[in-house]
Design a binder for this molecule. Structure first.
Ligand code: NDP
Length: 517
């Protein structure tokens, strides 16, 4: 195993200098990685800084060339990376391949759209400053620290890494302690394309290494992980006033309307809730179903859930829980739901094993139980009957998270989507918004703030630079001590002409009378 940071592993005999990454299916050691200290992190950031000017100077086309070569390497070595993801997370090969394929799409999109989104644009200077040529462009910040989770160890950090790189920054990436091999593989693959520059380095270790990255001289931190850690990241970044993007947890709801395609909704709910063993930030964790179709939906979802299993063999559609400590959270949520009057129609208290959790469908669960309010991050879902979609909207918006949501409706999907207080909504599908590179990805409330992906995701890793250029000597110069009282009077006249008539506009806002025709 190699890493891109030269950690003083041998020199630090008095502290545990390495840690093992384990295969959650088997418990076998996948690889051994350095625990990078604050000094190691600072050294990586300094190297990234040294490469940042070269990278920014390459311009959009030059960077696109490098990123295009990188995505070609990722695509050619897909099977190799799939295997590393499979071994470190336990997820099925097909699921690992899907997340990498989508990540490659993001690299392509970011590289080919950066110039258009971030390049210099003329802006109208307005009547008062008609002699000025005004423009705005979005310049790279410098060095971006990316901290990522383990559940989608390629797709999730790539949503920050690809966009930060395309915008002209270099990156120091701290992967989760559960997936250091995936992070290292990604950095090594970019180094093959650009061997002489530190465009993407990896620092490995535990929370302390991530914390050191927040306190290092980075120009922005892009964090993806739990809400609790996100708050710690913000506090650490506050010390140097380092800006942050926080992509945190979710408790996504699905709404099923009375006119929905019930079979399609149940199929999507099963995948949204149980795929990746429920370890998906935008996974479906609660469903609100119109009373007219509730029983049919529950029957269809139950049938599908019973046909799934979580097991060690490679044919199992659902793998193990990657992080053992999550098992306690899932057990606690199921127990709490059952203790408060809920029922398990599939799975339940016995579903939680030593590494594997069987799909669980819970009904009659009170809205104040942990299974409804807190992120479970396991293959469980609650289903609740509602009298109307208004009730479903109210219950969805009552939660403190606001990441994604899904609506199944034949006639009013758009209308319902706009009323849900979540950063993203999929209509008649689940999670599809994450796979559209041109769309922003991110949440509100306890799901965090800031956006990755799309034009917003590119701008997130830049600062806006405003420039004005004097084109000719203005007859009315406002920024001089030579300004005369006559010119001040001209300003007043100009204001009356430009803005003074605005007060008449309310008359125009009166409802139009019907012509009767
Ligand atoms: P954590 O919050 O536990 O960890 C996320 C990352 O932060 C890891 O790399 C972790 O390192 C690191 N970290 C831990 N402590 C600190 C610290 N004090 N300072 C800086 N970094 C630190 O999340 P998980 O890895 O368990 O991931 C699951 C969570 O991620 C879920 O809540 C899920 O919803 C969320 N998520 C959100 C997404 C989104 O886009 N909104 C997408 C995917 C997941 P280490 O592992 O070494 O402790």
């Amino acid at each position: 195993m190699t890493t891109t940071v030269d950690a003083p592993v041998e020199a630090a005999a008095e502290r545990p200098a390495t840690f093992d990454s384990l295969n959650p299916r088997t418990g076998d050691v996948v690889g051994t990685y350095p625990i990078h200290t604050a000094e190691d992190v600072a050294a990586a950031v300094a190297r990234a800084r040294a490469s940042a000017a070269w990278w920014a100077g390459l311009g959009f086309e030059g960077r696109k060339e490098v990123l295009d070569q990188w995505r070609a390497v990722l695509a050619r070595r897909l099977a190799q990376l799939v295997d590393v993801v499979h071994r470190e997370t336990g997820k099925p090969h097909g699921d690992a391949q899907l997340e990498i394929a989508l990540a490659i799409d993001h690299v392509a999109w970011a590289a080919s759209h950066a110039g258009k989104v971030l390049g210099r644009k003329r802006v109208s200077a307005g009547l008062m400053l008609a002699n000025q040529a005004a423009s705005v462009e979005y310049l790279p910040l410098g060095v971006v620290g990316v901290i990522g989770p383990w559940n989608y160890p390629v797709f999730t950090p790539m949503g920050s890494i690809a966009y930060a790189l395309a915008a002209g920054n270099t990156v120091v990436f701290k992967p989760s302690e559960y997936t250091p091999g995936v992070g290292t593989w990604l950095a090594d693959s970019l180094r093959e394309v650009s061997p002489h520059h530190d465009l993407l380095q990896v620092v490995t270790g535990f929370g302390d290494t991530g914390s050191a990255l927040c306190r290092a001289e980075v120009d922005k931190v892009a964090f993806t992980g739990s809400t609790a850690t996100g708050k710690r990241v913000m506090a650490a970044c506050a010390e140097r006033l380092t800006p942050v993007v926080i992509e945190a947890g979710g408790k996504d709801a699905m709404l099923v309307d009375e006119d929905a395609d019930v079979e399609a909704a149940a199929d999507a709910a099963a995948w949204g809730a149980f795929a990746n063993a429920g370890q998906t930030c935008t996974g479906i964790e609660r469903v609100y179903v119109h009373e007219k179709v509730h029983d049919a939906f529950l029957e269809a979802l139950t049938r599908r859930a019973r046909g799934l299993r979580s097991a060690a063999d490679v044919d199992a559609p659902i793998g193990p829980m990657t992080m053992p400590s999550q098992l306690q959270v899932i057990r606690r949520h199921i127990d709490d739901a059952l203790a408060k009057g809920g029922r398990a129609v599939v799975g339940g208290a016995d579903a939680v094993g030593e590494r594997f959790v069987q799909p669980t469908v819970l009904v009659d669960v009170p809205e104040d139980s942990e299974a409804v309010c807190e992120e479970t991050f396991g293959p469980t879902v609650t289903v609740r009957k509602v009298r109307s979609m208004e009730e479903a909207v109210t219950l969805t918006n009552a939660g403190r998270y606001g990441l994604g949501s899904a609506v199944f409706s034949a006639s009013r999907g758009e209308e319902l989507a706009r009323r849900l207080r979540t950063g993203m909504t999929a209509i008649n599908s689940v999670i599809s918004f994450a796979a559209v590179p041109g769309l922003p990805f991110g949440g509100v409330g306890d799901s965090g703030f800031g956006r990755i992906h799309g034009p917003d995701g590119l701008r997130e890793f830049t600062y806006a630079k405003a420039v004005t250029r004097t084109r000719f000597k203005a007859p009315l110069n406002l920024t001089t001590f030579d300004r005369t009282p006559e010119q001040d009077a001209q300003v007043a006249t100009l204001m009356a002409v430009i803005h003074g008539r605005a007060t008449q506009f309310p008359k125009l806002r009166r409802p139009r009378r019907s012509s009767g025709r």
